[in-house]
Ligand binder design. Sequence first.
Ligand code: SF4
Ligand code: SF4
Length: 649
Amino acid sequence: MHQALGRITMYAGKRIPPYALDKPGERVLLHGNQAIARGFLEGGGQVASTYPGTPASEILETIADFAEMYDIYAEWAANEMVGFEVAAGAALCGARAMSSMKHIGVNWAMDPLMHLILRSPPGGFILVSGDDPSQHSSANEQDNRYIARIACIPCYEPSSPAEAKEMTAKLFEVSESIRLPVMLRPTTRVCHARSDVVLGPINRERRTGRVPADINFKNVSWNAPVLSHKHLHDKEAKTKEIAETVPWNWIEGDGSERLGVLGSGLSYNYAKEAINKLGLSGRVSLMKLATTYPVPDKMLTKFMSGLEKLLVVEELEPFVELYVRALAKEVNPKLSIYGKMDFNTKMIPREEELNTAIVANAVADFAGVPRITFPSAPEEVRAYVKGMLTPRGLDMCAGCPHRATGYALKTALRKLGIRDFIGVGDIGCYGMVGNPPLQLLDTELCMGASIGTSQGCARVAKGVPVFGIIGDSTFLHAGIPGLVSAIWNNNNVKFVICDNEATAMTGFQPHPGTGRTAMGRGTKVDIESVVRGVGVKFVEVIDPYDVSRSVDVFMKAIQFDGPACVISKRICASEAVRLARRAGKTLPPHKVHLEKCTGCRACINLFGCPALVYYKDENKVKIDNTLCIGCGVCGQICPYEAISPSEVA
Ligand code: SF4
Ligand code: SF4
């Protein structure tokens, strides 16, 4: 079957997507994450495992898409640490492996990473860190190049999807040549941008193996020289040599320029465009840097040696700039360096992502030429587009079960006369119960932290109920140890697990509670059994669409003396719509009987489903049929029984 793939475009009755075609030389349009997955295929990747997280989720999804076709193993793990460990085990047994995750996920993987670097895995290992400048879909914008430096592993920054593909395919070899993991650090724009990618040949080598003798604990003790910190540092010279020779670093200019700009990763593109638009080609030399750790000293020295002024352009922290400043002290002490660390000018911002306009302004100021303005859409076009958009904040979908869960909890508190409470949220759509009108949250940290943080709050804010509100995927990712600790220490917190049967925020990937895996069907992990197994005495499962019972259960949980857990179980509204569509069905909307509607707006002010729209002129609420999924919750809230299924008169 594999031999035939070059001539056919179908596999198992399905059309083979462009990223999986065995057609070397073919030019296809891929986004960055698909390109990285393709690089995995061309580089002989054999095992991929991780947990979903934007901007990197589609890498594993794409690999899973062609895994069976090419004898690859791809899995979603319970969290990034486990995913990294699965891939690490494969690399220790000699296979080429990858774990791709969002930048914050690397925090989870850091523990096994800091030990894998001392184990010299024989199989190539790529850690993909999808960094997210501007926090498009993240709780912070940490710069993971620092993690590469802490771990002493090479860090490669692609400037485009095409380059990301080439790098991924090549980095397995780099990793094996130094027996170290390698970090590939695409940013959101590279992950999600699309560009032409030329397909290369597919590497079909698949390995079986064991942990080799030179690092096997049966032969060497864990503190043997070959596994030592010094051995790790000894690899740095070779890593630097590789950085001098890879094809993704270069210098543009003839060496006569006195002004230079250095751009790392995607920033190189902004710098190049800025130099061209400002008409500075020939006056300003440009260095493209892909290997941001370790930096190729010889190439950088050559670039800097004739310059009088240098501007370093990079996203987030002054990671490269700091190194450049240190090296310049030795090779060109008179060089004036600009970027983020020059406190007088601060030409390049240290927060949020860059763009051509920001970089062009910096380059203009740096070169002492007038700034240019970038053309924007004509005023009438912008006004037209603005008129089509409805201003709205961050909100849950119409029919979202999390909103119903939040409403029931808030109603239970009101019925018990409790105004003072603490709510700790977690990472997922349900974090939006912190927004009006529910406003149930006081704070939120990171994956799984609601369970632990709420316990600390409860120990200090005595006498008020404290809630930890977490999703199903997040609970299975990182919440279980916190729950064990709560039971162990008898911390009186009320935990709400919002089980919507999906990792919704990152794109509906399966999690252990769904029983589905990246490549098919697995064994379902039952959240209720886990919670009971840990020893929680008060455990109730509710359907949040049943408002009355949900409120009753929350009231009992709040009054229970000790840790209590309410599992609010109802499929994600968006997923319900998708499943219905696939089955050729629609979810019939509800309707407001206008003769009964008094315009009190309780449905909007207390609940706030976005399908409910108030018409001021009529003093009536109507339901937007294009959004409503007929969950029926608003009908249970309306004090005048004005809302019912549309087929009911
Ligand atoms: S039934 Fe009501 S609450 Fe449910 S989706 Fe429709 S408008 Fe929103
Ligand atoms: S709660 Fe009922 S009566 Fe009040 S505005 Fe909404 S639909 Fe109308």
